[in-house]
Write a protein of this length. Structure first.
Length: 345
């Protein structure tokens, strides 16, 4: 089965973020069970790169080569709605060629195809969604004939350490791991921190003004800012805390976030390291928290977060009901491909 993956960008080792990490780990897991795959990055309508599936190094290619690769493939898997690569794949579908499977990670860009809106769904053959919430977000009318939730996983963090070598638990009560941007909600966790509790904030500063606000809110509290962690530091960072928090919000000031979390990869990474999680009850994150049996709080509600964090410290950590693996994600995706090809015959 020849699979062509198209993504707007590929992120090398050291670059991080949920959507960025997701595609790399997804491609690596799928390559392990099906080596007959090619990867293209299409950042602009007239620009393409072919990507090595092992190193994720990208070399310049051409749009003509991209279309040749699409015609030669059995499946074109698009990783991101509203991107130049998706528009190119639609051109091939309009010509009655290679079927399309879509996975959406949120975000996207303004492209010519975006003007078609959900009418594009009639040209998509399969949806490999990262959550049921994403299914509804992309295809609320159930137009796409094959649809399956593949979720994501967090076991990739253990490539850099094993449970036998991880740091002792309970060095800190809570840890936040993520980009320091308003929609990630670190400000909520800091304000809701129970009296006397400790928290580590680990993440890249993307908004200096917001970062200054976080430092101000943390004044007088036991909050430690440690900067952006390396991949090799993540296992010990997660394992050193009793709980990982992902307090994503749906609004911040005048800003509204309609798609704050399609999955919540940080929660899955923490669970893989044996650390329980508390997250906002929003988007696909709410779904992951329910499936894995973790704590949930109302997004943006300081009082709700304080109640849940206080309760979490007073009672035994919740058991993880399901620890997802990338091997499971890859197998589920292969089943989507098989169903799409079966309908084509």
């Amino acid at each position: 089965m020849k699979i062509l993956h198209i993504t707007p960008a590929v992120f090398r080792v050291g670059q991080r973020g949920g959507g960025e990490r997701y595609f790399n780990e997804f491609a690596r897991a799928l390559h392990a069970i099906n080596s007959d795959q090619r990867l293209f990055s299409v950042p602009k309508l007239h620009q393409a790169f072919e990507v090595d599936p092992g190193s994720f190094d990208a070399r310049p290619s051409t749009i003509r080569s991209l279309h040749e690769a699409m015609r030669a493939a059995d499946i074109v898997h698009i990783h991101q709605l509203n991107t130049p690569g998706f528009d190119h794949a639609l051109i091939q579908r309009l010509r009655g060629r290679t079927p399309i499977v879509l996975s959406d990670y949120g975000g996207g860009r303004v492209t010519p195809g975006r003007a078609l809106g959900r009418r594009r769904n009639r040209l998509i053959n399969g949806l490999a969604a990262i959550s049921n919430w994403s299914v509804y977000d992309v295809d609320p009318d159930n137009v796409i004939p094959v649809s399956r939730v593949i979720y994501g996983a967090g076991d990739h963090v253990l490539r850099n350490g094993s449970l036998g070598t991880l740091a002792d638990k309970n060095e800190v009560d809570f840890v936040f791991v993520g980009r320091l941007l308003p929609h990630k909600g670190a400000h909520v966790a800091i304000q809701a921190l129970p009296d006397g509790a400790t928290m580590t904030i680990a993440g890249e500063v993307r908004d200096p003004e917001y970062y200054h606000e976080l430092r101000t809110l943390a004044s007088g509290k036991k909050v430690d800012f440690v900067g952006s962690p390396e991949d090799t530091e993540l296992p010990n960072l997660y394992a050193s805390a009793r709980f990982c928090v992902l307090p994503s919000v749906e609004s911040y000031g005048e800003q509204k976030f309609t798609r704050p979390e399609l999955l919540g990869l940080v929660v899955l990474e923490a669970l893989a390291c044996g650390t329980s999680a508390i997250g906002s009850q929003t988007g696909g994150l709410a779904e992951i928290l329910e499936v894995t049996g973790q704590y949930a709080a109302t997004p943006g509600d300081i009082a709700s977060w304080n109640r849940v964090m206080t309760h979490a410290l007073e009672y035994p950590d919740p058991a993880c009901l399901h620890n997802f693996t990338w091997a499971e994600v890859a197998e589920s995706t292969q089943e989507v491909y098989s169903q799409v090809l079966a309908q084509k015959k």
